[in-house]
Design a protein. Structure first.
Length: 387
């Protein structure tokens, strides 16, 4: 057994419980005013996410872990964990700010020029800016280092050409942090030659093609770049060395509770319908699911503790994402099979049936987005010294 893997047993401190109460009160108020409905995630796709973001920002909950000099609150990753959990469970429409809050902002804090941080970060904190991630390309998803979209040096900046795909919110985002090839890979290092840029999505030469999803939604896009000019100071980090930045960014992307709670609402509804006096087989089924969820949660909280301590838990977060996405992917089917024990004659499963239909159509993506199961297992194997 390796000593390399560490999941310290972290307990959420009392300040987190206070914040949880505050978050629940805020969400209840939002539900009351009709800004979204936790029971209908499909309908929430049409919610006004921009104005929701502004109200979340007024609470100081966007960029809450960031330095105060950029508008942040310097609160802990454990506090952010609690908010992420409550907002995810409620199916709140966080899409306007979530990517910027989770990973684009932290990337800018680490690698952007000071004047860029000062102009962009406070606007994220105020809920004004939406970000998207430009890593995947039509022929390179898992293998980021095969990226072919190019950045060519010109006077005063760079010119981008190529295509990014599966770009979540590409059609509505204000900015992208995108990975472009600035030099060929070398024999010794195939990761060499990639550079990150901050790209204003309104720049001339950027076009977005919709990709429709099987659940009826439209979140992601194919984004093409034709002679797109990006100013020198929008280069993020080091020329040719962005692979390190991109992998750090993925540690943020893979570790949170949003990675196993996307279909949680079907379990919640099932438990409501079953009530305390249900069939013992149903109790056993729910018990198993809750025990697994509890374990995932403890592991995920532990990762929030490591982020708080300034560590980069790449392997541990890959383990949580691998286990978590499989759990949430199987959840709708598990819930459906427990629900078969319920007497359906009085129509009390109608809402659950509708939820299940949506959850089942959404579930296939979980083990692909943010890194596929196979890729995560490769990272875990490397972390264990097996490859
Ligand atoms: C809902 C959703 C949202 C997304 N949002 C974004 C986004 O905002 N920005 C962005 O850049 N990307 C985004 N992606 C893209 C996502 O990160 C990629 O789809 C993913 O990395 C896989 O790439 P691919 O689809 O090209 O598949 P491929 O890389 O072609 O993989 C195909 C299959 O081969 C397997 N495979 C590939 N390489 C290996 C290997 N070395 N060892 C073992 N098996 C391997 C994979 O696991 C997979 O099963 C999103 C994807 C989804 C589903």
């Amino acid at each position: 057994m390796t000593n390399e893997l560490v999941f310290d047993p972290i307990r959420l401190p009392p300040v987190c419980q206070d914040l949880r109460r505050e978050a629940r009160a805020f969400l209840a108020q939002e539900i009351e005013r009709g800004s979204f409905d936790p029971r209908y995630p499909r309908k929430n796709e049409g919610a006004d996410a921009r104005s929701f973001a502004r109200r979340v920002a007024e609470k100081g909950w966007i960029g809450m872990t960031w330095p105060k000099q950029y508008g942040g609150r310097e609160r802990s990753f454990l506090e952010r964990y609690v908010l992420t959990e409550e907002f995810r469970i409620a199916n709140a429409p966080v899409r306007h700010y979530f990517t910027a809050d989770r990973q684009s902002g932290p990337t800018l804090i680490k690698y952007a020029a000071e004047h860029i941080k000062q102009s962009i970060l406070p606007r994220i904190v105020r809920g004004e800016l939406q970000f998207c991630i430009g890593l995947s390309e039509p022929n390179s998803g898992s293998d980021l280092f095969a990226a072919r979209a190019k950045a060519m040096k010109v006077n005063g900046g760079w010119v981008l050409n190529g295509t990014k795909t599966w770009t979540t919110n590409g059609h509505s985002a204000d900015y992208m942090i995108g990975l472009f090839r600035t030099s060929p890979a070398t024999k010794e290092n195939r990761r060499h030659g990639l550079t990150s840029f901050l790209i204003d999505m309104k720049t001339t030469g950027i076009t977005c093609g919709d990709i429709q999803q099987m659940n009826g939604g439209h979140d992601f896009n194919e984004v093409s770049f034709q002679e797109v000019f990006v100013a020198e100071d929008h280069l993020i980090g080091e020329i040719d060395n962005a692979w390190k930045q991109a992998t750090t960014e993925l540690a943020y992307e893979r570790s949170g509770p949003e990675r196993f709670l996307e279909t949680y609402y079907v379990l919640d509804e099932l438990v409501k319908i079953l009530g305390p006096d249900c069939d013992s087989r149903a109790k056993e089924g729910v018990g198993k699911l809750v025990a697994q969820l509890h374990t995932l949660r403890r592991m995920s909280v532990s990762i929030a503790g490591m982020l708080e301590a300034g560590q980069e838990p790449t392997v541990e977060s890959s383990i949580v994402k691998d286990l978590g996405t499989i759990w949430e992917q199987e959840l709708p089917n598990n819930v459906r099979s427990i629900a078969s024990l319920i007497d359906r004659s009085n129509g009390k499963t109608l809402l659950l049936d509708e939820m299940l239909e949506y959850a089942l159509a959404t579930a296939p993506k979980f083990t692909i987005q943010g890194g596929t199961t196979e890729i995560l297992r490769g990272i875990i194997a490397r972390g264990l010294g097996l490859r």
